[in-house]
Design a protein around this ligand. Structure first.
Ligand code: GDP
Length: 700
């Protein structure tokens, strides 16, 4: 195992962060302001006008949600010191895109979580928070919108105390509130800061703490020092002996507590009214980790699957994860990468895993909000984009040829819902297919195929909303309005019993004939698909084994009962017979296929349906109606919670019963409830449903 190397200086000056929030809490506005104050854009785009810089996808502007994970580089320095490079990875705000959320959490080292000063900790912020816990991402909390009527910084902090594992520690308190919100009191420096509206908040100046806030400020400063002292000996000693405590003592303790995931510094402001952002950037530098301060990246060897670690060391073997692919109108496909170890230069050749192909890197780019900068080199700990990779997908690894590593599982979840789609005008057809291909490269959970019987184009994905958004993107981004069919469930086939069958493919009618016999045993298992060759060596020539495996695989992908992929099965290749002259690989493929289908039918096959996790937030008065509706959809309620007079229902519903749910919920609750759905697992399709959906299938 490699030793942790000594950190290089440049790495201390890098922060890879994400900004996460409940929809509408102000993530876009906060990001915009960060870009503005770091000097990257010169006119502030207001979200409400739909010109926010990060929201470059047309359709995102309309929905007001951010579903891509583009990365933007900015520079920030405190005073005269050399600037830090902050890479902001845009995390999708919608829980339906969990894979994207999780992947972006993986490539960042720290996060700012934005809360609405009025709503506080809303259910979706909780989901994001728990995901960040899972990936051990240290965080800052920014309580935004403190200019709004009804906002309350201290209530938001209390909600964090109730809901989060980490202790929220205000390092600021608001100066003024609602209409009169003017700035913040910095509890570490013991002064106030007021932003000057006329300069769009570019200028802000220190002011003494107003008399009426002194007691409160002292109380919170005391709490802050106590919390920080738990993590720093020197500060603790000073605190206990009544010595003078310096700002840097507090910052040091807070930093340690934050990196240890025990504390969360809480800041306040109003992004819209241009207050508090510069202090938030200071806090990113002060409390969020450099790439060297996080755990090493863990992957596995693509061949022998043993665990591999990569430390943020530019001298180590090169490794990087492709966390986003986006189509750039001028440069073609851009692959956004996080480099974990080593370095790459333009023209280097690297290995693409899992393709196991060597490719040459054309250009390396740093992405700024409104321009791209070509650079020579990307080193460990950095985030940027590369051009020239054609066959890659999101989630692939780039690695050194001599030290290969894979950072993600080789397979992505199979889509659960599909829909037929065609361009409204025939003339759009070739553009339609090109655009679909681009979307599929960007998003590995989105698949395209042509139905061989109807010749229709079928697209599939992880949920109804997922496909809705893709169809919307076709229209807005690519200019191709489409007609779509009804969403359909992608069922799975499986077996409930064990069975053995022999497949014979023998034709001997003069000339070279065909001869292959294959015996297979199928067994149900809890998860996955496994194929074992158990034919003793020498029984049949070894080139026929891959042909048998291919025959099995074709059936697993295409299904036997109703054309759906087969899951939860173990296949043992027990025996085979061949003929010196007549046997060919094709014969073995066919014999294996016959054996598989026979055994499958004998093994009491059944259909499995996708079950979705459902989360509904509703006012109390609609609780009964919402639950009754869930039950009517063959769903079940697993848990109920109460937050601020709202009820949160956690349940599960078969995917087939969720189509149009968002609309139904709206009319059931006069638009006052919200919901999210996400694939959970497969369950046996109840017999009475099977009869309805597949009347021609036999009952076993
Ligand atoms: P996102 O969905 O989290 O990206 O939130 P946006 O940045 O799009 O903000 C949602 C809405 O809240 C927009 O109408 C913003 O103008 C508004 N908003 C954002 N920040 C503030 C703030 O500090 N104060 C007020 N009053 N409104 C804000």
């Amino acid at each position: 195992m490699p030793e942790k190397p000594k950190a290089e200086k440049y790495l201390e000056k890098i922060r890879n962060i994400g900004i996460a929030a409940h929809i509408d809490a102000g993530k876009t506005t906060t990001t915009e302001r960060i870009l503005f104050y770091t000097g990257k854009i010169h006119r502030m785009g207001e979200v409400d006008e739909g010109s926010a810089t990060m929201d470059w996808m047309e359709q995102e502007k309309e929905r007001g949600i951010t579903i891509t994970a583009a990365a933007t580089t900015v520079y920030w320095s405190r005073g005269a010191e050399e600037p830090y490079r902050i890479n902001i990875v845009d995390t999708p705000g919608h829980v339906d895109f969990t894979i994207e959320v999780e992947r972006s959490l993986k490539v960042l080292d720290g996060a700012i979580v934005v809360f609405c000063g009025v709503g506080g900790v809303e259910p979706q912020s909780e989901t994001v928070w728990h995901q960040a816990d899972k990936y051990q991402v240290p965080r800052l909390a920014f309580v935004n919108k403190l200019d709004r009527v009804g906002s309350d910084f201290f209530r938001a902090v209390r909600m964090m105390e109730e809901k989060f594992l980490q202790k929220p520690v205000p390092i600021q308190i608001p100066l003024g509130s609602e209409d009169d919100f003017r700035g913040i009191i910095d509890l570490i420096e013991e002064k106030g800061y007021i932003w000057i509206d006329e300069t769009l908040g570019v200028e802000f100046r220190p002011v003494p703490i107003p008399e009426e806030l002194k007691t409160l400020a002292n109380e919170y400063r005391e709490k802050l020092i106590e919390a920080a002292a738990d993590f720093d000996e020197e500060l603790l000693n000073k605190y206990l002996t009544g010595d003078i405590i310096l700002a840097e003592d507090i910052r040091r303790g807070l930093r340690k507590g934050t990196l240890a995931m025990k504390l969360v510094p809480v800041l306040c402001g109003s992004a819209l009214k241009n207050k508090g952002i510069q202090k938030l950037l200071d806090a990113v530098i002060d409390y969020l980790p450099a790439p060297t301060e996080v755990r090493p990246a863990i992957g596995f060897h693509p061949k022998n699957k043993s665990e591999e670690k990569r430390y943020a060391d530019p001298k180590g073997p090169f490794s990087a994860l492709i966390f986003k692919i986006a189509n750039d109108p001028h440069r073609g496909l851009l692959s956004y990468i996080r480099v974990y170890s080593g370095k790459i230069r333009q023209g280097d050749t690297v290995l693409v895993v899992p393709l196991m192909e060597k490719v040459r890197i054309q250009k390396l780019l740093l992405l700024h909000a409104n321009r791209k900068e070509e650079i020579e080199l990307l080193s460990a700990g950095e985030i940027g984009a590369v051009t020239g990779l054609k066959e890659v997908k999101t989630g692939y690894t780039l690695s050194s040829i001599t030290n290969p590593i894979a950072f993600e599982p080789m397979e992505f979840p199979e889509p659960v819902v599909y829909i037929a789609v065609e361009p409204k005008t025939k003339a759009d057809e070739s553009k339609f297919f090109q655009s679909l291909d681009i979307l599929a490269i960007e998003d590995p959970t989105f698949k395209i195929k042509i139905d061989p019987e109807t010749n229709q184009t079928i697209i599939s994905g992880m949920g109804e909303l997922h496909l809705d958004i893709l169809i919307d993107r076709l229209k807005r981004e690519f200019g191709i309005p489409c007609r779509v069919g009804k969403p359909q469930v992608s069922y799975r086939e499986t077996i409930t019993n064990e069975a053995v069958a022999e497949g014979r493919f023998i034709r001997q009618t003069g000339g070279k004939g065909h001869f292959a016999i294959v015996t297979l045993k199928l067994q149900p298992i809890a998860k996955g698909v496994e194929v074992y060759n158990e034919i003793d060596e020498g029984v049949i020539p070894k080139e026929f084994i891959p042909a048998i495996q291919q025959g099995i695989e074709e059936n697993i992908n295409a299904g036997v009962l109703a054309g759906y992929p087969i899951i939860n099965i173990r296949v043992h290749i027990l025996n085979g017979e061949f003929h010196e002259v007549d046997s060919s690989e094709m014969d073995f493929r066919i014999a294996a296929s016959i054996a598989f289908r026979d055994a499958f039918i004998k093994a009491e096959p059944t259909l499995m349906e996708p079950i979705m996790d459902l989360e509904v937030v509703t006012p109390e008065e609609y609780l009964g109606a919402v639950i009754a509706d869930i039950n009517a959809r063959r769903g079940k309620v697993l848990r109920l919670e109460t937050v601020k007079g709202h009820r949160i229902i956690y349940g599960q519903v078969p995917l087939a019963m969720t189509f149009g749910y968002a609309t139904a919920l709206r009319s059931l609750t006069q638009g006052r409830a919200s919901s999210s759905l996400q694939f959970s697992h497969y369950e046996k399709l109840p017999e009475e449903e099977k009869v309805k959906i597949f009347p021609s299938l036999p009952t076993f």
